[in-house]
Design a protein around this ligand. Structure first.
Ligand code: AMP
Ligand code: MG
Length: 486
């Protein structure tokens, strides 16, 4: 007799306790011939799920069957898309439930690409295999880099074709998130709800993400402060590794502080502050250098939505919101230079650091240096590695940096350790990601992707296995372009 394995789902549905305006009960729409093509064993284990048993749960991951006692739903939200405010909502995602992990954390289990919902507008509610595998790779790479992010548990091909510019294979991604509450969810409540709806949403978010502030004198003011803190920390981490999100609309910014929505994102190879990959971002609104500014802009929209809860007197409420938002830029600058100091092996702050760091970035831009490889080469003191390191202007900077290192009185080993853990040896380079996707989507060969994922699991290992992933794309390669909502 074989013992039946249990998946270990422990699903709750706390979101249904919110006022009805925040969701619409929605069963996923069944698909024809589902097959799990990727399953994240490590994530499953950390969630207290049995990976072997999950392989038998293909019907659940396809949305053909839902676990007993669940109330699947699509969430309502609004958002500023490229600056324009609009009603949105889950147009192709269904929340199956919230799973309680062995650590006692509640995480959303959401199927992305699960069919049409009340919020689909003209869309088909579906997703294509390539983009779902891309989200899997990028989100797992971000996790490997130690950056808060939604995760990917499975990608399931549906066996159904979907129509884009051409016919593509359909797929569903199982997204795992601390929650899917967005700045846009608060904007939606503020715009179309009563004060009580907004309050219930805020209480729910506090309960779920910031329970420590519940007893504060004004928990809503604390919520604003905490979200600013987490989002600042998040954006700083993006900037330090050269991650470009690509579509920082307010609906793509979480209250939990996790990176969400892996549509047009990509990592920068050559350092240039104006780098943009998204095919639709013609104005460069979401360019690399603009991300901190946009983060501040989005946080201001969050503060605006919270105003009715910040103080009974509207004038005072506006003042509180403005004061908090006005700290953002200083907070970000501090964290960015702190992160940059660590990348250069500097332990304490000195007044000159800002110019030392800006000087290096200026040279990197001028010489079209590879962002990741520059810091990796500096970590290992391989100053023969890059051509432009031989130039006088770099040598002058290098001397200045060496003097600065000398002055701080730390051992060479300590400096090396700090740099090693602050500078990833590998990132999901665009040409490598594309290569993995081509093999999987065109030939059903998932080995290339598996190898890439293995290397990206610990980008700070700086080991031999990673070496072949260092190479930037060839200089003749076409500029890389990414796409939204595919
Ligand atoms: P995104 O660009 O992924 O942030 O999506 C923006 C909005 O479009 C969200 O409301 C999505 O749910 C919706 N959306 C994206 N793709 C589709 C689709 N294929 N069908 C229905 N809605 C979609
Ligand atoms: Mg989105």
């Amino acid at each position: 007799m074989t013992e039946e394995r249990v998946s270990g789902w422990n699903l709750d549905h706390t979101y249904t306790q919110l006022p009805k305006m925040f969701f619409d009960l929605q069963q996923p729409v069944p698909v024809n011939a589902p097959e799990i093509v990727v399953l994240n064993d490590r994530l499953a284990a950390s969630l207290g799920l049995d990976a072997e048993a999950l392989k038998e749960d293909v019907k659940v991951f396809a949305g053909n069957e839902v676990p007993d006692g669940t109330f699947p739903l699509a969430q309502a939200y609004a958002g500023h898309q490229f600056g324009n405010f609009t009603m949105l909502g889950d147009g192709r995602a269904v929340l199956i439930g919230e799973h309680l992990t062995p650590k006692g954390e509640l995480v959303d289990i959401q199927l992305k690409g699960a069919g049409r919902t009340k919020y689909s507008r003209g869309g088909d509610g579906r997703a294509a295999l390539g983009p779902m595998l891309r989200e899997y790779i990028m989100s797992e790479a971000m996790h490997g880099l130690g950056i808060p992010t939604t995760r990917s548990l499975t990608v399931t091909s549906t066996g159904d074709a979907i129509i884009r510019e051409k016919k593509l294979q359909g797929a569903i991604l199982t997204r795992v998130a601390a929650s899917h509450i967005r700045v846009g969810t608060f904007q939606y409540a503020a715009q179309w709800g009563e004060l009580e709806d907004l309050r219930q949403l805020a209480d729910y978010a506090i309960n779920r993400h910031y329970p420590a502030i519940k007893q504060d004198e004004n928990p809503y003011h604390s919520l604003l402060k905490e979200v600013i803190k987490r989002q600042t920390a998040l954006i700083t981490k993006w900037q330090l590794v050269g991650f470009i999100h690509g579509v920082m609309n307010t609906d793509n910014m979480t209250i939990s502080g996790e990176t969400i929505d892996y549509g047009p994102c990509a990592f920068m190879d050559t350092y240039h502050p104006e780098t943009v990959f998204s095919s639709i971002d013609h104005q460069g609104r979401y360019a690399y250098m603009n991300q901190p500014y946009i983060c501040g802009w989005n946080l201001a929209r969050f503060a605006e939505a919270l105003i009715p809860l910040l103080h009974m007197d509207e004038k005072k409420a506006i003042q509180i919101a403005q004061d908090e938002i006005s700290h953002f830029s200083t907070l970000y600058q501090q964290q960015w230079y702190e992160g940059m100091r660590a990348k250069l092996g500097l332990f304490q702050e000195e007044e000159e650091d800002k110019t030392l760091i800006d000087h290096l970035l200026g040279l990197m831009q001028k010489h079209a240096a590879d962002y990741t490889n520059t810091f990796r080469a500096l970590t290992h003191d391989k100053i023969k590695e890059e051509m432009w390191f031989q130039l006088d202007e770099f040598q002058q900077w290098y001397k200045r940096w060496q003097d600065r290192l000398e002055r701080q009185g730390q051992s060479k080993e300590a400096v090396y350790e700090l740099m090693k853990k602050s500078n990833p040896a590998v990132i999901p380079r665009n040409h490598r990601v594309e290569e993995a996707l081509d093999a999987a989507v065109d030939n059903g060969d998932y080995h290339v992707m598996e190898r890439l994922l293995a290397v990206l699991q610990n980008p700070f290992a700086h080991n031999q296995e990673q070496e072949e992933y260092y190479l930037p794309p060839s200089p003749t390669a076409e500029p890389y372009q990414t796409y939204c909502g595919t």
